[in-house]
Design a protein around this ligand. Structure first.
Ligand code: PNW
Length: 455
């Protein structure tokens, strides 16, 4: 018995195994947690307007109050502290800082983020700031938003405001959160704000996001001394349903769109239009010099992985002739999002991004899972989520052991929050929130993570 215990102790899987320099943290986003949607000077963002529409969000929910982080940020930062979490990734609400989108800065907005940043630093938690996590000011949407090339100068102005007000204390920055999701879901499928559809919205939004990604990076570099600058990408391991040539080609197309579209122009590789010919239509929006301007040497790339996708050829999907086979049709373990639990996906993605010569560091800036949680006697025993983290982290460790670049891992997410079109149904948090009382309970996954980090 004794020897058995000793050996299991020796091989215990903890954060130590990843080395001293490995970065650990949790991620959140402004609209998903802050609430206070019209407090002080804040103007509506596209998510405020989108959630006002009927029939677009699960149960008609919205982020008006969300986790009330605006008022409860101290409690939440102390919860992080209690869980031994050393890094906190959050985003800035553009319409809180610049209610008119451009022009005059809101002092109240600046004050709120100053307080959050200062309280993090007091607690020895390092702030990692995402400039844009999907909540464009509605006033800018009224002028075309991401489809208007003017967005580049609006975004530069916003970046300048953030860099000059917070850059003295914030050294870790990410320019965009998952441009594929806000362009694809927001400007092609119409299921996220601003609810636009079709190539005429999708293509210009893609190109302008690519320009902003680099423009934001360059400005941060110029304005923030010693800044560590990244940007983040969603990514999923893509496999064809079988080895038939048409399905393999369909999978390559999906890979080009979902995994390569936004990183490759930043590395000077242009758009992956050979694999996804529909992207040739981007030429209409590309002006001379744009592909050079799209290049920026990021200090790190943030990759956000949850699942894999299985793809097959389909004549019925316009432009792509490829379709994703939903997880609930494949007889696999799924989450509340109907995403397959597939731990190897994170390893495959680390490997894929290691394949780009220009990528200097790779940090997992999001990974997590939504399961149904039950509160019993004040406890949430979320075994599935704990197992999810253990399995995915084993794969991250495998990448590290094999000598691949992998420099950090952030959990999505600190606490249950507003999950976009799915409302409050999917719970991704390490901390449970009762949205009626705003009471917080650290789940058993949160306690497990705290131990994993401390030991
Ligand atoms: C990310 N997909 O979105 C976002 O950055 C978060 O704000 C969000 O809450 C979290 O993941 C969980 O959904 C994604 O279809 C949206 O693969 C869609 C996908 C992945 C991530």
């Amino acid at each position: 018995m004794k020897t058995k215990n000793n050996t299991s102790k020796k091989t215990k899987f903890t954060s130590k195994k990843f080395g001293e320099d490995f970065v650990w943290g949790v991620s959140v986003a402004a609209y998903q947690i802050e609430g206070a949607h019209d407090k002080h000077d804040k103007s509506p963002s596209i998510w405020d307007s989108f959630t006002d529409q009927i029939g677009v969000i699960h149960k008609g929910e919205n982020g008006n109050t969300a986790c009330d982080f605006y008022h409860k940020y101290k409690e939440d930062i102390l919860l992080m502290k209690a869980m031994n979490i050393p890094n906190f990734r959050f985003s800035l609400s553009w319409s809180r800082l610049l209610p008119m989108g451009t022009g005059e800065v809101s002092e109240k907005g600046i004050q709120f983020y100053n307080e959050v940043i200062d309280f993090c630093l007091e607690q020895k938690i390092t702030p990692w700031v995402t400039l844009y996590h999907w909540d464009l000011p509605q006033v800018l949407q009224d002028q075309g938003g991401w489809t208007n090339r003017e967005i580049v100068s609006w975004f530069e102005n916003f970046t300048k405001v953030c860099a000059t007000h917070f850059g003295d204390r914030v050294k870790h920055w990410m320019v965009l959160n998952e441009p594929m999701v806000f362009t694809g879901a927001g400007h092609f499928l119409g299921v996220h704000a601003p609810g636009l559809k079709g190539l005429k919205n999708f293509l210009p939004a893609i190109h302008h996001a690519v320009l902003c990604q680099a423009a934001g990076g360059k400005l941060l570099k110029a304005l923030v001394p010693n800044a560590v600058i990244g940007t983040t990408f969603s990514c999923s391991y893509i496999t064809p349903i079988d080895k038939k040539k048409k399905n393999v080609l369909a999978a390559e197309k999906a890979d080009a769109l979902l995994n390569r579209l936004f990183i490759e122009p930043s590395l000077g590789l242009g758009y992956p239009s050979a694999a996804a010919p529909v992207l040739k239509k981007l030429n209409k929006y590309i002006q001379p010099g744009d592909l050079e301007d799209a290049v920026f040497e990021f200090d790190f790339i943030g990759i956000q992985n949850y699942t894999r996708e299985v793809v097959k050829h389909s004549y019925f999907v316009p432009y792509l002739s490829a379709k994703i086979i939903e997880a609930n049709k494949r007889n696999v373990q799924t989450t509340v999002m109907n995403w397959e639990v597939y731990p190897k996906s994170i390893y495959k993605m680390i490997k894929k991004f290691n394949g780009y010569e220009g990528v200097k560091k790779i940090i997992i800036t999001e990974n997590g899972a939504a399961f149904e949680d039950n509160v019993a006697n004040g406890f949430v025993n979320d075994i599935e989520r704990r197992n999810f983290f253990k399995q995915y982290l084993r794969q991250v460790y495998k990448a590290k052991e094999k000598g691949l670049k992998i420099d950090g891992y952030f959990v999505w997410t600190l606490m249950d929050n507003f999950e976009w079109a799915e409302g409050y149904k999917p719970r991704f948090g390490l901390v449970h929130i009762d949205f009626d009382t705003q009471k917080r309970i650290i789940k058993s996954s949160g306690k497990w993570f705290a131990k994993f980090l401390k030991s």
